[in-house]
Design a protein around this ligand. Structure first.
Ligand code: CTP
Length: 416
């Protein structure tokens, strides 16, 4: 007989005190109700790997909303219940935890959302994506920390393997193919041999996935520490072209993503704009439509694409700051940043950075009101004067408020 592994020591070492207390209380409340309670999924995997993960998911072999209400009451926390899905979120001082009623799932057709019914913890683990994500930890007081591992997830963790639980896994949910490469690259694991064969077999199933779900998976990839590794691997497996045939992950993208990270963590729109930077406007539009990319990110992608065409005019020597400003104003800062990261020419990059770091913040001290006090009535002339003043400030021809006043007076007399 094999000894059941107990992880209570690791739990105590790795979880913040508040969270530990909370899951112990939840375990005791579940025991009073004679229902099983388990920590599941990513948190169990990460505890075994010694990695931090404060995103706690609990599975209840019973009524999760009822248990959640009792838990929230016990700790004076707040609870948010989705009765229809049998799920709840308990918010406490240190964060929140999710509780779900254990369920079994069947898929009516590929790509569809599953039909669910109540089940045991083993049923609940059986419906999951990979063995390393299909482990649970018992939270009942008598067995606190005992590992529940019906699909040998721990052995796969030790061997560094991403394995599906059954050979229709990718057919049931083709987003798992993208999840597989994401975990593989994050942990420096590899796809188990038959899992890789299934993935290659099921590549066409990606066409069954809605744009929203595909975009969500792409966003998760872009939130990884090194998304370029995931994208390159997805490309090598023929997966990236199934997301969209125009997407390409190569050395260029790798260098740009690294550069984008060198200053501060890149935003999602910046990563997306770099991913589509080399494409034409039509291809970019096609990707925006297929992945249903929302407004702000789509605008950055479009702006970056347009800006690319205008970059040669930023090459000329001796460009005045006001000229640089005129060329770049009104474009989303993330698209200018994308162009700066993507630019091959050092001069162009410098000018884009000058705009981003300084020029776009330059403001005049005097405004339209000051001009009216000087006797000018509102109208196009006033707008022109303000524009001229702003350009003078950008180019360093005026510096102080007094300079600005003198500049305006001179213009006014000149104009009279
Ligand atoms: N899951 C699944 N199939 C999916 C999505 C999720 O089986 N398509 C299961 C996995 O067991 C996973 C759990 O739901 O562990 C939680 O999903 P998620 O929060 O996306 O993943 P985590 O494991 O928490 O991983 P990450 O560290 O990337 O957040």
């Amino acid at each position: 007989m094999t000894m059941q592994k107990n992880l209570s020591l690791q739990l105590e070492r790795q979880l913040p005190r508040g969270s530990l207390q909370l899951i112990r209380t939840a375990g005791a409340l579940a025991a009073e109700r004679r229902c099983g309670l388990y920590l599941v999924g990513g948190a169990v995997r990460d505890i075994l790997l010694g990695r931090d993960n404060f995103d706690l998911d609990l599975v209840v072999e019973g009524d999760a909303p009822e248990l959640s209400r009792a838990l929230a009451q016990g700790i004076s926390g707040r609870v948010l219940v989705h009765q229809r899905f049998g799920t709840a979120k308990v918010k406490h001082d240190h964060g929140s935890i999710d509780l779900t009623t254990a369920r079994s799932e069947t898929y009516s057709r590929p790509g569809a959302l599953p039909t669910v019914s109540p089940g045991s913890i083993t049923d609940d683990l059986r419906r999951r994506d990979f063995t390393i994500n299909a482990m649970a930890m018992d939270l009942s007081p008598g067995r606190f920390g005992a590992l529940v591992d019906p699909f040998s997830g721990e052995a796969d963790l030790r061997r560094g393997l991403i394995s599906v639980l059954h050979d229709r896994s990718f057919v049931d949910d083709a987003t798992r193919m993208l999840r597989a490469v994401r975990y593989e690259q994050r942990f420096s694991f590899r796809l188990e041999e038959s899992t890789e064969a299934l993935l290659r077999r099921d590549l066409p199933m990606l066409a069954t996935i809605s744009g929203d779900r595909l975009r969500h998976e792409l966003e998760l990839i872009l939130k990884e520490d090194r998304p370029e590794d995931v994208l390159e691997r997805a490309q090598a497996l023929g997966l990236l072209e199934r997301v969209h045939p125009s997407l390409k992950a190569d050395g260029w993208l790798r260098d740009r993503y690294r550069l984008a990270r060198s200053a501060s963590p890149p935003s999602l729109p910046l990563y997306l704009a770099l991913l589509t930077y080399r494409l034409g406007a039509d291809e970019t539009e096609d990707i925006i439509a297929r992945l249903r990319i929302p407004g702000r990110a789509a605008a950055v992608m479009r702006d970056a694409c347009r800006l690319k065409a205008d970059l040669p005019s930023l090459e000329s020597p001796g460009l005045l700051p006001s000229v640089i400003h005129r060329l770049l104003r009104g474009r989303s800062p993330a698209s200018v940043l994308a162009a700066a990261v993507a630019a091959d020419s050092a001069a162009v990059r410098e000018r884009l950075e000058l705009y981003l770091n300084r020029l776009r913040y330059v403001k005049t001290s005097l405004n339209g009101e000051a001009l009216q006090q000087m006797g000018l009535s509102p109208g196009p002339q006033l707008g022109e004067m303000l524009g001229a003043l702003h350009e003078a400030k950008l180019d360093g021809r005026v510096k102080t408020r007094e300079d600005e006043a003198a500049f305006l007076r001179a213009r006014l007399t000149g104009n009279q």
